[in-house]
Design a protein around this ligand. Structure first.
Ligand code: ZN
Ligand code: ZN
Length: 158
């Protein structure tokens, strides 16, 4: 097999995604031997995955926090500090659910449990409670990591 871009060069590697041949030069362009178009695809897939996670994180956070804050605070207040605290804290706590949940899922990747429905409900509730606790730490960690990864991906010329 020869290189897909340089037909006279023998292939030393194959693109892991599409199987095209890569010569020594083309195989060393990126951190792994991969062809240009598949590399571009991987970058855009990773980007959209990160954007989805960020939207989901803060979407769920705001969706749950606003009714919660309304419910726990009677009437409207015009005190700015009070409003920032009474909305900010629930938004922070509820936004931690997705990062916490993802962290737990990463810790236990291939657990498949045979449980009756009630077992799944209990499992879900326990995981949700743990997610809220872990999310308090993982929300800033994952958000900073995701945004810096997004900036790094944006800088790569595809
Ligand atoms: Zn490819
Ligand atoms: Zn080549």
């Amino acid at each position: 097999m020869n290189c897909y871009e340089h037909p006279i060069q023998p292939a030393v590697a194959q693109c892991p995604d599409c199987g095209k041949g890569l010569c020594a030069e083309c195989a060393s362009v990126y951190s792994i031997p991969i062809c240009k178009s598949c590399n571009r695809k991987r970058i855009s897939a990773e980007k959209s995955g990160i954007i989805k996670e960020l939207l989901l994180t803060f979407g769920i956070g705001i969706l749950l926090a606003v009714p919660f804050a309304r419910w726990t605070n009677e009437g409207l207040s015009f005190d700015l500090v009070y409003n920032v605290i009474s909305y900010g804290i629930p938004i922070y706590v509820f936004s931690g659910i997705v990062p916490g949940w993802k962290t737990l899922t990463n810790l236990t990747p291939r657990v498949f449990l045979f449980l009756p429905i009630i077992g799944w409900v209990i499992y879900f509730i326990i995981k949700l409670c743990l997610s809220i606790c872990i999310g308090l730490v993982m929300l800033p960690v994952r958000t900073v990591r995701n945004i810096s990864r997004l900036i790094a991906l944006q800088k790569i010329k595809a």
